[in-house]
Design a protein around this ligand. Structure first.
Ligand code: NIG
Ligand code: FE
Length: 437
């Protein structure tokens, strides 16, 4: 028996079937998983997690940890699996209402582009934001952040993008800042001013871009309202040249670039993302084959959003398997927004990534956690369950990590731990029944 002193800690998560750490032994956790490493869950069968002062201090067999640590609180995982908290690296949560009309019109055969051209789409959400009070928007965003946590998402990127004026983009980012300041979920704000050209600027496109460059970017930087800067570079939205100019201007204000790339058509925006050293290129449904190859030697993370093609009822998805085989750093996110993907559930997204894109359940989980953290520049901080990392994890009500993806439609969340605090406890667990599929 070891005579090492027992260390007191804040929390021990034990009683699990195992811990999917997403941190396989020997892996360089300072980098995203690529190729074969995307399939490695670093599963510790019968494992437990020791947590103190918001950080993971140890992961290992439950018996070993029980002997080494004296926890102030114990969480009984009752035969479930423990996984890293999900990192949702692409969302648009600042909007007023859903777009059920667009949904119905698509069901009757209209396309996203036709609906947008007829005044629906993004511009209808812009009208909503402009008409809503700050208080209403904040309440709505806060409720949405609550739901992210309910679903096991412990870090969420939040874009503006339905204001589309200097005033309303700033309002949107301030709403995010206020909601963020009073919420347990970690929020990473992104300015998305070039999301669509609003009607009042239709004849003055150049002036719209100038207003972003000369008024909005300095104001966002002065108030420290965003960490990232995104542009919708796509057919019918903004061009490669406009994207390059805006994102470079943003960098001069300390905003790291991201791009909505190759979603509706192949404009080679993914190549622009690599040229600019973007932290991520997102969507990539129509990415050029040569850009898939180039992603392998690039630090830009490919953030794939299979909920969008599902929701828009279009057949094409990003070539996820080819990307993994080539060596790209592939991540998954919801794209939560009222027009193209109203789900907030990373469980749903992992399911769709398997069913539509052909990823395995293990690849989907690593893409939704470890790799997604790199898409927000948080790869050294969260996304895996490993000593020193922020204690962000989810205890799931299923015995096998594959069941996270297999039993779709019922998010199996039992407990959520965010920064070492137990922020969600499901009352489904009150009956003492061990985890079942
Ligand atoms: O990520 N692609 C651009 N923006 C959103 C759609 C927003 C909307 O339709 O409201 C997206 O799919
Ligand atoms: Fe998006």
């Amino acid at each position: 028996m070891s005579d090492a002193p027992v260390r007191s800690i804040d929390l021990l998560v034990a009683g699990a079937s195992g811990v999917a750490t997403c941190a396989p032994a020997g892996a360089d956790l300072g980098r995203p998983a690529r190729r074969g490493e995307l399939s490695e869950l670093g599963f510790v069968s019968g494992g437990a997690v020791a947590i103190d002062r918001g950080r993971v201090v140890d992961v290992g067999p439950a018996g070993d940890l029980a002997a080494r640590y004296a926890p102030r609180e114990r969480l009984d995982a009752r035969g479930g699996v423990v996984v890293p908290g999900f990192v949702d690296a692409h969302t648009h949560p600042v909007f007023r209402f859903g777009r059920e009309d667009d949904f119905e019109r698509r069901a009757r055969g209209e396309t996203y582009a036709q609906i947008a051209a007829a005044g629906g789409g993004i511009l209808s959400s812009v009208r909503g934001v402009r008409e809503a009070s700050d208080e209403e928007l904040e309440l709505r965003v806060r409720a949405r952040l609550d739901r992210f946590l309910d679903l096991g998402t412990t870090v969420v990127e939040a874009k503006s993008g339905y204001g589309l004026s200097v005033r309303d983009e700033l309002r949107s980012l301030r709403v995010i800042a206020r909601a963020k300041g009073s919420h347990d979920v970690r929020v990473v704000p992104t300015l998305l001013a070039a999301h669509a050209l609003p009607p009042e600027w239709r004849e003055r496109r150049g002036e719209f871009l100038e207003a972003i460059e000369q008024e909005l970017l300095p104001a966002v930087a002065a108030e420290k309202l965003a960490q990232f800067h995104d542009v919708f570079v796509d057919q019918g939205f903004f061009t490669i040249e406009e994207g390059r100019r805006l994102l470079r201007a943003g960098e001069r204000f300390g905003l790291r670039p991201k791009i909505h790339a190759d979603e509706l058509g192949c404009t080679r925006a993914t190549a622009l993302a690599m040229e600019l050293g973007c932290v991520s290129a997102d969507h990539l449904d129509h990415v050029a084959p040569e850009d898939v190859e180039r992603l392998a030697s690039s630090e830009t993370v490919a953030v794939l959003l299979p909920g969008v093609s599902h929701f828009l009822r279009v057949p094409g998805d990003a070539p996820a398997r080819a990307m993994v085989a080539a060596g790209a750093a592939v991540a998954l996110a919801t794209d939560y927004n009222p027009g193209t993907c109203p789900t907030q559930s990373m469980f749903e997204v992992m399911h769709l990534a398997v069913q539509r894109m052909g990823l395995t359940a293990a690849q989907a989980l690593v893409a939704a956690t470890r790799n997604a953290a790199f898409a927000l520049g948080l790869g050294g901080e969260t996304g895996v369950i490993a000593p020193g990392r922020r204690a962000d994890l989810v205890v799931c009500d299923v015995p096998d990590p594959r069941d996270l993806v297999y039993s779709f439609g019922r998010p199996p969340v039992a407990f959520v731990v965010c920064g070492g605090m137990v922020v969600r406890r499901s009352d489904r667990r009150a009956d003492g029944v061990p985890a079942l599929v």
